[in-house]
Design a protein around this ligand. Sequence first.
Ligand SMILES: Cc1cc2nc3c(=O)[nH]c(=O)nc-3n(C[C@H](O)[C@H](O)[C@H](O)COP(=O)(O)OP(=O)(O)OC[C@H]3O[C@@H](n4cnc5c(N)ncnc54)[C@H](O)[C@@H]3O)c2cc1C
Length: 441
Amino acid sequence: MNACTRLSTTSATSPFRRKETPVQPVVHKQTRNRVFKELPLSDLVRTLSVLSVAALPAPLLSAIIGFVRRYSSTIVSSRILSWPIRQTFYKAFCVGENKSEIAANIATLRTRGINGVVLSFAREAKLDGHETDSVSGSEDVALKSWVASNIETISQVSSSDYIAVKFTGAGAKAVQAMQNFKYTDSTMVDGLTALKEGMFELCEFAKQRGVKVMVDAESSLHQPAIDYLTLEAMAKYNTDGSALVFNTYQMYLKASLDNLKSHLQLASTKGYTMGVKLVRGAYIYVEPDRSNLIQDTKPDTDHAYDAAVDLLLRGTHTTPEQPWTAEVMLATHNTESVDTAMELFRSRPAGKQPVQNLVFAQLMGMADEISMKLASEIKAISAETKSNDVSVYKYSVWGSLEDCLLYMLRRAEENQDAAVRSRVTASLMLGEIGNRIAFWR
Ligand SMILES: Cc1cc2nc3c(=O)[nH]c(=O)nc-3n(C[C@H](O)[C@H](O)[C@H](O)COP(=O)(O)OP(=O)(O)OC[C@H]3O[C@@H](n4cnc5c(N)ncnc54)[C@H](O)[C@@H]3O)c2cc1C
């Protein structure tokens, strides 16, 4: 199947017309126009110092990442070594360690026009086959602690926020059951019963608090089980005309567009609202069967992302007999994706649409120029239209320095890929500092 057949939902009239070469980040005039004017100098300097590490030559950065990973516990226990990490990387990427710190940082984000957070507990699963989770008798201690930490995360946010759930954080037994899962084999479905019950328990708590549950997508080894569990939760909790539970679609996977379409059909047949988070995908380097699973080129992934946005925002692939409805979050740092989605959403014909609200999200510590530009656009749109149908969120993690360290290393590795974009952020921040110096003189 070639890219054109795969992406047939992008119609001839689509606003998405990408070049076939990898796209450099586009910095629009409005983005250049002091998007960071609301940020205090301390935040600008901190982010610049983090970005300058991300801009180191790749072999040197990989060596530093390897060193930190190896000696993480020594670093965390040393006050001298941990202090600079806490003041720079931790503060840039993580929202806090305890309830009051988290609440204060979320409040600061809101004052800058960010509508809310997608909060995630930072502790990541160690998927190296040497997990030592305790499974005492029939009780799965790791699973219980996963449910408890997600419930704690829910209690840290307010009703307009989301929490992000990572199923592989539920411990060795759960991960094994996920790896064994085959949709067609009912005994494998039975293997996921405990994890499903754990998911339902945390959804129940989220429902009482009005907090949405966003399930992260992971590697293709675990994704079929994640899809199964999330669809089960959606069928149970997304039945009142809104979405409590969201599934994530990684558009770098060749199968994702068809998957999304079939899940939309399933939702309409079963009568629930789909919760969709769209990403390009972050596991490209760990996918064993990359050539079969992943789009052949970066532009192919871009087209697939655009096609999914087009499908959702235009409401194509819905029929009067089987209409679907969805809540959508576009989780991306790609300026072109953000701008075209915003244009498409704003230019839709009036009347009832299958997607009523559009939510954008960026990771905390990354692509701040996109988040800040969106925040100011959204403010202007709300003032003009008196509606709040577009919003922007930051995906943030919380936890101790030790919990956050692995997460930060993964982000630092990802940042190597996003080096060009990091340079754009850095140059905009330097410009803002220059503006303030010129003003003081
Ligand atoms: C709020 C938020 C939540 C996220 N949640 C998840 C999640 O749950 N699961 C997850 O997997 N990721 C998640 N991500 C990460 C995301 O998948 C991307 O890795 C990251 O955002 C970079 O993609 P981009 O859309 O920002 O744009 P860009 O920087 O334009 O795109 C980079 C992406 O393009 C793709 N790509 C790069 N080179 C190639 C190539 N040669 N062939 C094919 N494709 C290529 C990769 O997906 C790469 O990450 C999340 C990101 C955000 C902002």
